[in-house]
Design a protein around this ligand. Structure first.
Ligand code: ATP
Ligand code: MG
Length: 137
């Protein structure tokens, strides 16, 4: 059993897709063991995406992430990290497989509806960034 970190991004929350996206996770064996709706501060968004700070899209990414609230979650299940990446689909919705969250809902490569950790180290780091141990149930 593994844990991963997920964000339902502003574009999806604004379009009332929280329930539909969580349903897809649950149907695929990923259980939310912690979740909350937050409005990220600029400092949080810049810290969370620090690895991308030299990329040309960094400014746009931060603006999009702080534009309106998000839902942050810890998902638990067998091979949760890889499973979540599969369910999300490719970063650019134009390349995302049929039935994936990004194929179904993403607007563009930037406003792509969800984030998911890409490896065990980043999952642990990203969970710690938003949740205390006593919030994981
Ligand atoms: P995430 O880390 O959000 O789960 P990812 O691992 O598929 O997505 P990354 O390469 O880590 O993609 O990029 C992080 C985020 O930055 C993407 O989800 C997207 O919102 C944004 N992004 C990535 N590439 C571009 C781009 N070329 N133009 C605009 N935004 C981009
Ligand atoms: Mg990434």
């Amino acid at each position: 059993i593994e844990r991963t970190f997920s964000i339902i991004k502003p574009d999806a929350v604004r379009r009332n897709l929280i329930g539909k996206i969580i349903a897809i996770f649950e149907e695929n064996g990923l259980r939310p063991i912690a979740l909350k709706k937050i409005h990220m501060t600029r400092a949080q968004a810049e810290g969370f995406y620090a690895v991308h700070k030299e990329r040309p899209f960094f400014g746009e990414l931060v603006e999009q992430m702080i534009a309106s609230p998000v839902v942050v979650q810890v998902l638990e299940g067998e091979n949760a990290i890889l499973k979540n990446r599969e369910i999300m689909g490719a970063t650019n919705p134009a390349n995302a497989a049929e039935g994936t969250i990004r194929k179904l809902f993403a607007l563009s490569v930037g406003e792509n509806s969800v984030h998911g950790s890409d490896a065990p180290e980043t999952a642990a780091e990203e969970i710690r960034f938003f949740f205390n141990d006593d919030e994981l149930v």
